[in-house]
Design a protein around this ligand. Structure first.
Ligand code: FAD
Length: 494
């Protein structure tokens, strides 16, 4: 930082400014801390964590919902997250910062599928195993009795095998070259000749609509093929082990911030300007970072800066050094999908006390609430409980124009419909205590990175490249974006 007089082997120590106190910014800070590099973090809001945020309705046990990240697949692709938690737990010693992982139930028997005004009580199976015939979905006869998951695996199985067999990065790049220019919908309808499918025949649109409704959310299949391959790689094994953090995912960024130390973070400091300088103090160039917020107006100079904020936030900086044309295009264009969640607190966990109860997992519907996620914490406990509704893409954006009261009315109405015949009419409404909305389209991130066709091929490298002394980090720069494990930090060389 400007004026820093600490010396290192006769020269001034390297100083790094980190913009953003989400997982990527905090991870960068921990790496620099380990290397003994001088750094400072600017966080625009009053809390760390960004898209990892737990909303606590009350201090009573289990009365929270995950407004952002909520689950971590226990697979090699997410090793970085589990390693980070292990590291933090060692550093936490015996303090109450220790992070406790508990099982997360992704799907379970008893979750419902409610589509076309028909409810399938999957008492003995999983929602993914529903067939078009079961929900009277009009498809050609030969598809009527094929479960959704089987249709999916027939179409993408060979690609998933390639990614699993690896080497992952090499195979991912090969697959990008083959199919990134295609939307997933197009790919399902017109499979490439070398797709390795047992039947090389595409699915008719009615089958694709059925798959998207049961397995995904509206218009997700307009995204690029690699996005849906990655999604199925994570969600494709419904019985695999998943984890979440007891007492809330926010414990992860909070533990990181404690280790980084709060003195090294300025809260309420929204960075709005970056300027390159060259001076006696910065013969190799430096970067002036300016921020405004409730902590007043700040100006600090660093040797290097890491922008650990999403592309939408980079684009909206008031001033910055001119980006290269490729970088500018990448920042402007990489696609973020809208995400909407509503946490709903009830007087009792009614979903666990009906015929075919849902002990965790999620129900799926074509109603606006789309997914109803039942908590994996406090399973079977008495007293008040919290569930959440969760929508992606077009299913998320349609919630935005409503007022909070209208949103609550619609959600409760949809839940009544989902449980019609299982609970008395009006019962769920009378059990409702409180709701809280998480509208990620209105946050600085505008959602989570999910690329459109061609964006891995044409935008990804430029998005990751440093520009002068400015480096970039964040989930959108990882092959595995939309996950905590996508915290991507490019190497900074002195
Ligand atoms: C609804 C939802 C569900 C998710 N579910 C999961 C899940 O189950 N499992 C999983 O692993 N991942 C999940 N994710 C993804 C995961 O949360 C993100 O990939 C990850 O947290 C992104 O971290 P980041 O540091 O790249 O960005 P962010 O978390 O967005 O951090 C950026 C930070 O920068 C700050 N900031 C922005 N602009 C400025 C500025 N100009 N100046 C200063 N500060 C600024 C923001 O306030 C924020 O704190 C989910 C995300 C969402 C939104």
């Amino acid at each position: 930082m400007s004026g820093d007089s600490s010396k290192h082997e006769g020269s001034r120590q390297l100083t790094v400014g980190i913009v953003g106190g989400g997982i990527a910014g905090l991870y960068t800070a921990l790496l620099l801390r380990r290397e003994g590099v001088n750094f400072h973090v600017f966080e625009g809001s009053g809390i760390v964590g960004g898209r990892i945020r737990t909303h606590y309705f009350s201090q009573e046990k289990d009365q929270y919902f995950e407004a952002g990240a909520m689950r971590i697949p226990y697979s090699k692709f997410h090793e970085i997250t589990f390693d980070l938690i292990k590291y933090l737990n060692v550093k936490a010693g015996s303090s109450d910062r220790k992070i406790e992982l508990i099982n997360y139930v992704l799907n379970t028997k008893g979750n419902h599928l409610y589509v076309n005004n028909l409810r399938i009580d999957t008492g003995s199976g999983l929602v993914d195993n529903t067939t078009p015939a079961q929900i009277k979905w009009d498809v050609p006869a030969k598809y009527k009795n094929i479960p959704a998951r089987e249709l999916m695996l027939k179409a993408i199985g060979p690609y998933l095998e390639r990614l699993k067999k690896g080497p992952f990065e090499e195979e991912f790049c090969n697959i990008i070259r083959e199919v990134d220019n295609l939307s997933f919908r197009y790919f399902l309808q017109y499979p490439p000749k070398n797709a390795g499918r047992t039947e090389n025949e595409g699915y008719p649109p009615s089958v694709i609509d059925f798959m998207e409704t049961v397995l995904s959310q509206t218009n997700q299949y307009m995204l690029s093929v690699p996005e849906l391959l990655m999604q199925n790689l994570d969600f494709g094994e419904p019985e695999s082990e998943w984890k979440t953090i007891n007492h809330g995912m926010s414990r992860l960024p909070e533990a990181m911030a404690a280790l980084v130390t709060h003195d090294k973070i300025t809260y309420g400091a929204r960075v709005n300007s970056l300027e390159l300088v060259k001076s006696e103090d910065y013969p190799n160039g430096g970067v002036i970072v300016s921020a405004v917020g409730y902590n007043g107006q700040l100006k600090m100079t660093f040797d290097k800066v890491v922008l650990a904020i999403p592309p939408a936030a980079i684009k909206m900086l008031i001033s910055h050094p001119p980006w290269s044309p490729e970088k500018d295009m990448a920042i402007r264009s990489v696609h973020s999908e809208a995400l909407f969640k509503m946490g709903m607190r009830f007087k009792r966990r009614f979903w666990e006390n009906v015929e075919n109860p849902s002990m965790g997992g999620q129900s799926t519907t074509d109603l606006p609430i789309r997914w109803v996620v039942f908590p994996s914490n406090g399973l079977g406990s008495d007293g008040t409980g919290v569930l959440l509704v969760y929508a992606w893409m077009t299913d998320a954006t349609t919630w935005l124009p409503l007022t909070p009261i209208e949103r609550r009315q619609l959600a409760i109405n949809n839940l009544e419909q989902l449980y019609s015949g299982l609970l008395k009419k009006g019962e769920i409404t009378s059990l409702l205590m409180e709701t809280s909305d998480a509208i990620w389209s209105q946050s600085t991130a505008t959602g989570d990175a999910m690329f459109l066709p061609g964006q891995f091929l044409n935008r990804f490298d430029a998005a990751r490249k440093p520009e002068d002394n400015i480096y970039f980090a964040g989930e959108h720069l990882s092959f595995h974006h939309t996950w905590i494990s996508g915290l991507q930090v490019r190497q900074i060389r002195q």
